[in-house]
Design a protein around this ligand. Sequence first.
Ligand SMILES: [Zn+2]
Length: 124
Amino acid sequence: MVSKKCLGNNGNNNTLAYYLANVKMINKKFEKFGKGNRRINSKDLKKKMSDKPYICSWENCEKNRNLIIDHLKPISADGSNERSNLRWLCKKHDRIRNIDYVLKRKIAEVKKLKEEKEKLLLQK
Ligand SMILES: [Zn+2]
């Protein structure tokens, strides 16, 4: 958000242009940071996985190409990068796994919203 203070001093577009340029720069920095982080992690994770059989861990799937490292307990849910929390999945099963996780989260969110709505309806 652009504050009045930020635009107010000379009243022309220069301040806004400066502000927008800064936002762009900051976004770029974060992008770089994110990519760098992922690269380091993925190399580190692959090392940890080197002695696990390179085959999809999904039941009855025998794909053994282009596998992805999956966190049994996702990082976003406080899962760790420990070897015991990692397994190989093919692209299809990784996608199914991610969809399941998002659905679980959304369902919990909807439940919470419904509860909040019920509470509000009961209020006088
Ligand atoms: Zn699979």
